[in-house]
Design a protein. Structure first.
Length: 239
């Protein structure tokens, strides 16, 4: 029960109180081993990252790996924090640790793919593209419902200039997770490249309708910018 309270506090911004509760529970192995404790640690770390306190998030997630080194999710969270902070080498190390613990852990393989995707967008060669696609394929094979893996594989195709393949994967990501903002933006860009303006507009409008209440101001601005640009292209005007 206390772990659930800590998770709720983390999600509502009471980060210090949430952390104090979790620290008080660390000596109770049965609680630490529970799913609720892991979810609370994940929620608090995510809230710390969102607040700009990456150092504390890393410290918290590293502590989680000490408390529960056998849990692949603990290493995934630590890797995710490093990834968010731009330390892709450290992220990769921790993602690889998660799948070393459990070879069937699809999110770990997907996140490894994300690291190779970043390398690809930074100018790496075709071998890197094949590695990225292979990791996303593995994640999808293990968990066909993992929307992030479909979205990532779509981005590999897009980077290689295969917009038609990218569209199919992005649309599958949206079907699996209608709240995945990146997939809406990605599919709109891919459809724009294909000249399929009406479809791109339909996805962007759906994004606004479904996600608008919880979008950050910068995300709303990006969607509005894309809408204006693609409407201009559809109407035969220069954006």
């Amino acid at each position: 029960m206390q772990a659930k309270i800590a998770a709720l506090l983390a999600r509502t911004g009471s980060l210090a109180r949430a952390q104090a509760i979790l620290q008080s529970l660390e000596s109770r192995r049965d609680v630490v081993a529970s799913e609720e404790f892991g979810e609370a640690m994940s929620a608090l770390g995510g809230a710390l990252l969102s607040s700009g306190d990456g150092g504390r998030a890393i410290e918290l997630y590293r502590r989680a790996t000490v408390l529960s080194p056998e849990k692949p999710g603990a290493w995934l969270n630590l890797g995710g924090a490093y990834f968010a902070l731009g330390d892709h080498a450290a992220a990769l190390e921790n993602f690889e640790r998660s799948v070393a613990i459990d070879e069937t852990f699809a999110p770990g393989w997907s996140n490894i793919g994300q690291v190779y995707l970043i390398r690809l967008t930074e100018g790496a060669d075709g071998a890197t593209a094949e590695k990225a696609r292979g990791y996303f394929d593995k994640a999808i094979g293990l968990d066909p419902g993992l929307a992030a893996a479909w979205n990532g594989r779509g981005s590999v195709s897009m980077t290689l200039g295969r917009a038609d393949q990218a569209v199919r994967d992005y649309e599958q990501a949206i079907r699996l997770d209608p709240g995945l903002l990146d997939a809406y933006i990605n599919v709109a860009i891919a459809l724009r490249e294909e000249g399929r303006y009406a479809e791109a507009l339909r996805h962007l409008q759906a994004c606004k309708e479904r996600l608008s209440p919880r979008l950050a101001a910068g995300d709303r601005d990006e969607i509005d910018r894309l809408l204006a640009e693609i409407k201009a292209l559809k109407d035969g005007r220069r954006p």
